[in-house]
Design a protein around this ligand. Structure first.
Ligand code: ASP
Length: 287
């Protein structure tokens, strides 16, 4: 029984206030993991991150070049169930919408207007995704001409906010992985991130669950989460995580893993990745 979470990889930043939220989310998610199951635990954990406004997901989502918010999320289980949304706005918890896609539709990914229509039909209320603090930051970046991520992937993240993700295994051996993001500052509207794509930024099979964070285009092209999932058949979570960041060293990213034996794994080749894990014995934060 283990829950591991990350709140994004990128440049080094002041973490103290975010560590408190991270620890609270891990503790809350773990309670749910013990009482219910890995799916409820991952959803609970990611929703706390989406709600708090300190991370690049849900309420804290960054803006597109047009000043809009377009969020992506994906959830996948070791039973082969999967749901994802891309380019959604006006909802509070994209991970919850991804779960609804998984549970209530015959599809895997819904995007844009269709995904939002589906959200309303499920009773999810409108929530203003474009937050004033993010608009202020957007204008600062624009005035510094600092929206340059697509030219220089190595330093794409100079904003101390992160994509969020969580992976858990429960006492029945169910494994679940989930990721939620606002994407990358100044992205073009319509851009789809790795986080939303099963096998790219989020993946789960019977050997383990994986959530990636970092330069989405790079993670997408290499299908890094799928690659990690295959390796988990023969290697433990930590070995796989380390191997992936070494193998894909041309992509700035990090990943967290839980394997079928309840081991945590994490690695990153960015300056830092804030995250942590919790089981019956420990609560450990890494950065
Ligand atoms: N992978 C996310 C994206 O490309 C960003 C991140 O992880 O920070 O949208």
């Amino acid at each position: 029984v283990l829950l591991i979470a990350h709140v994004g990889a990128g440049r080094k930043y002041e973490t103290s206030s975010r560590i408190d939220v991270l620890k609270d989310a891990l503790k809350e998610g773990f309670k749910v993991l013990q009482k219910k199951d890995a799916l409820a635990s991952v959803i609970t954990t990611v929703k706390i991150f989406e709600e708090c406004g300190l991370f690049n997901a849900g309420t804290g989502s960054v803006l597109t070049i047009s000043g809009t918010v377009e969020m992506d999320a994906c959830i996948m289980t070791s039973e082969g169930k999967c749901g994802a949304v891309s380019c959604v706005t006006g909802i509070k918890y994209p991970i919850e919408l991804a779960r609804l896609v998984m549970e209530k539709t015959d599809h895997v990914i819904l995007c844009s207007a269709g995904a939002m229509e589906f959200a309303r039909s499920c009773g999810l209320k409108y929530f203003p995704s474009v937050q004033p603090e993010r608009v202020k930051k957007f204008h600062e970046l624009l005035s510094k001409n600092d929206l340059k991520y697509y030219k220089k992937v190595k330093d794409f993240l100079d904003d101390p906010y992160g994509t969020v993700g969580a992976c858990a295994i429960d006492r029945n051996g169910l494994i679940v992985a989930g990721t939620s993001t606002g994407g990358i500052w100044g992205k073009l509207p319509g851009r789809v991130s790795d986080s939303a794509i099963p096998g790219a930024g989020t993946y789960c099979n019977s050997y383990g669950g994986i959530s990636c964070t970092g330069h989405g285009e790079g993670v997408l092209k290499h299908c890094i989460a799928y690659f990690a999932g295959e390796l988990l058949e023969k290697m433990d979570a930590q070995k796989v995580a380390t191997h992936c960041v070494e193998k894909f060293c041309d992509v700035s990213f990090g990943l967290i893993i839980v394997d079928k034996n309840g081991n945590p794994g994490y690695a990153y080749n960015t300056e830092m990745m804030l995250g942590g894990y919790i089981n019956e014995k420990d609560l450990l934060v890494f950065e």
